[in-house]
Design a protein around this ligand. Structure first.
Ligand code: DGJ
Length: 698
């Protein structure tokens, strides 16, 4: 039973963790505990009481409110701020009941004066030590109210400790850079104001103790994400009373939601967990959840070829088939034609919005190419950028009012394009119609859904609350994508936004994989991919080998870096000589033999690429029968003796046959003594380990 429920007290237990909340004597819903699971229910702290501390600090500031609102004398970050119909701007919630059923707890709160009802939802994901929280606000009154802020959760960690905050920052071409910093008093804000999740920050946080820092495999870590593909905010706050919490939700910056009488708004979920085994276990738990919820879950990720960096906008059936032939020979299973195939698309100046084949490039439509690719034994995939329009397009000429804009301002173009307002149902319906038609007419197994600019002039002035744009746009995007997925369930979708600009758990309800970065230089990728792996599993991490790298980076190194994810090639294969093609062919074959471990295995990061020129990680199957080790050496001045790699996750008593090692080794030896890996500068290794049965004695 994951939920222990008393009338005003609740304890949510997972396999190794517990989370407790309850109503205190003053009727305040307080947070009680989040950490290791304890043996007895009575062990968990009771809800605290306090009248405040001084005339400057009321109880709302001293006690950990489970879901603080903007009200009374509380100055901490609230999760809810409402402007009521009469202009009153605070919300005083009282406990109104609760209901626990199976893995879900629902706590109902009601404003003491106004007809605003708030429901807190908690789902216990027992085997992954995770909790999922979301909130519904309902306007049960007779007049509209405005939600100025509505966040999904405030996650409290134990008080009176110094914390470090880990987060992922970056920019285009350099996403998911891992940063750890001490969290001082005050509020540290991470957010997106760009309409998408953003390259700049990812909606993930991890807190560990600054005095007893966690490592990859040891120490306490509290972590969480927001499953949302639009503007978001994380406010990590340390109060004057040493209470630390991370609030997370859709961004309230420039945003508001008008709730008409009888309507409600439900937030996206925040998923969080506590790990007593460091950052590694935190990642593995998130990976487990994501894998279990992906649209195509365990389906084998096909080796992909993408023609973008080979042919750019210069595509036609002949050029694509020429390159497809070489790709097929290397063992590629899915051929994707990128940008440039549709009406009038010869550069990034025109065409977006007109999703039908360009008559000059494809006089007989897409069929001859698709058939040609199929005849080569590969599936066919196509690039789209549905949310965008070039002013030079038939769509824009017909519907200039469909783009996001302020009527009195110039429409700022970025990459010569504007953003269709997906908050509008007519725009959504148009996109559903056009893409549905394309998928119905052609045998397309994969769509790369791209999005190549951030927002400007965020107008939607015809709407009663124009600031709803930020939220309704994302809901519209989900509706379009969700409808298409329902109608074409076999299609695999990739989420791309100029690389990793839309990487989050919200989009992974629709997409199976994410284009991690436009930067495919293997040396930079080692860090980008390690940052990405904090949250996302390898099967979602699309990685290609291209021609972007410096000449001194060997092809094998580049291939190995890309093989650590959902592997693809994006190089101009015409430029590869026989030896390079043979190398690629061998590595594609190796990847196909090992991908069930790479994608189905648990990730253990052994040596960080952010810290070491000799970096490594391993994937281990849950039954511990197989593992794959990836090791990379960049430049280290000689003389140098590389340390042995102490592996993780193996069965200590089992024997493993290790690629390149003559005698089988015990799991204990591999984990305690370590595995010797000899690498020269820019050398790499992919090493397979397989459990062998010990011979019967005698
Ligand atoms: C940005 C993507 O990240 C690239 O891979 C490519 O698809 C281009 N857009 C095409 O315009």
């Amino acid at each position: 039973m994951p939920i222990h429920s008393a009338p005003t007290d609740w304890i949510l237990e997972t396999e190794h963790t517990a989370y407790a909340l309850g109503v205190n004597n003053a009727g305040m819903l307080t947070h009680r505990y989040w950490g290791a699971r304890l043996p007895r229910i009575v062990d968990y702290p009771r809800p605290q009481d306090s009248d405040g501390w001084a005339s400057f600090n009321g109880p709302g500031e001293v006690l950990p409110h489970e879901f603080p609102t903007y009200a009374g004398s509380s100055y901490v970050e609230p999760c809810l701020k409402v402007t009521h119909a009469d202009g009153v701007r605070d919300t005083v919630l009282e406990f109104a009941g609760a209901n626990a059923k199976g893995d879900t707890l629902v706590v109902r709160l009601e404003d003491e004066t106004y007809s605003v009802r708030v429901t807190l939802h908690y789902r216990v994901i027992e085997h992954l030590d995770l909790l999922e929280r979301w909130v519904t606000v309902e306007n049960a009154g007779a007049a509209p109210v405005t939600l100025e802020r509505i966040w999904s959760a405030q996650w409290h960690v134990p008080s009176h400790a110094d914390y470090r905050l880990s987060h992922l920052h970056g920019r285009w071409f350099e996403e998911t850079q891992l940063e750890r910093e001490r969290l001082g008093r005050g509020v540290k804000v991470l957010e997106s104001r760009r309409l998408t999740t953003s390259h700049q920050h990812n909606p993930w946080f991890a807190l560990d103790r600054a005095q007893e820092p966690a490592t990859e495999e040891t120490g306490e870590v509290w972590y969480g994400v927001l499953a949302w593909s639009g503007n978001w905010k994380i406010a990590a706050e340390v109060t004057a009373f040493g209470s630390t919490r991370a609030s997370i939700g859709v961004n309230d910056w420039d945003s508001a939601i008008r709730l008409e009488p009888g309507t409600s708004f439900t937030t996206p979920p925040s998923i969080a967990g506590y790990s007593a085994q460091g950052f590694g276990q935190a990642s593995r738990n998130l990976h487990g959840l994501i894998r279990s919820r992906l649209p195509h879950g365990d389906a084998t990720r096909r080796v992909l070829y993408n023609s973008w960096e080979a042919t750019f906008f210069d595509v036609d059936a002949k050029s694509q088939l020429e390159i497809a032939r070489i790709a097929a020979d290397l063992g590629v299973e899915l051929f994707v034609m990128d940008d440039g195939w549709f009406h009038n698309r010869n550069s990034d100046h025109a065409g977006l919005g007109d999703w039908f084949p360009d008559a000059k490039k494809f006089p007989d439509g897409l069929e001859p190419l698709i058939q040609g690719v199929r005849d080569l034994g590969m599936d066919f995939g196509l690039w789209l950028e549905p949310e965008m329009v070039n002013p030079d397009s038939d769509l824009y000429r017909a519907h200039p009012d469909w783009v996001i804009h302020f009527p009195t301002r110039a429409r700022t173009e970025m990459r010569n394009q504007l953003i269709l307002n997906l908050a509008r149902t007519d725009v959504q319906d148009h996109l559903i119609g056009v893409i549905d038609d394309l998928l119905a007419k052609h045998d397309i197994s994969f769509i790369k859904w791209d999005m190549n600019r951030n927002i400007s002039e965020p107008g939607w002035l015809e709407h009663p609350e124009p600031r709803e744009l930020w939220v309704r746009y994302v809901e519209g995007l989900y509706r379009v994508w969700g409808t298409l997925r329902e109608r074409h369930p076999k299609v695999i979708w990739q989420s791309c936004s100029g690389g990793g600009g839309r990487a989050d758990l919200g989009i992974l309800k629709y997409a199976d994989q994410i284009w991690t970065s436009d930067n495919t230089q293997a040396l930079t990728r080692l860090k980008i991919q390690e940052g990405f792996s904090q949250v996302f599993p390898a099967m979602t991490m699309e990685a290609w080998t291209t021609d972007q790298d410096a000449a001194y980076v060997p092809l094998q190194f580049k291939l190995h870096v890309a093989m650590a994810g959902s592997f693809g090639i994006g190089a101009n294969l015409h430029h590869w000589d026989e030896a390079q093609r043979a190398e690629a062919k061998a590595q594609v074959a190796l990847y196909k033999r090992l991908r069930h471990v790479i994608h189905g295995g648990e990730l253990y990061r052994l040596r960080s690429a952010f810290e070491h020129a000799f970096s490594a990680f391993t994937y281990v199957l849950p039954d511990r029968k197989e593992a794959v080790v990836f090791a990379f050496r960049t430049h280290i001045p000689e003389p140098v003796a590389l340390p042995r790699l102490k592996l993780r996750g193996l069965e200590p008593d089992a024997l493993y046959r290790v690629d390149g090692v003559q005698e089988p080794m015990s799991g204990a030896a591999l984990m305690v003594v370590g595995l010797e890996v000899a690498l020269k500068d820019f050398g790499s290794a992919v090493i397979h380990l397989e459990r062998v049965e010990e011979p019967e004695p005698g």
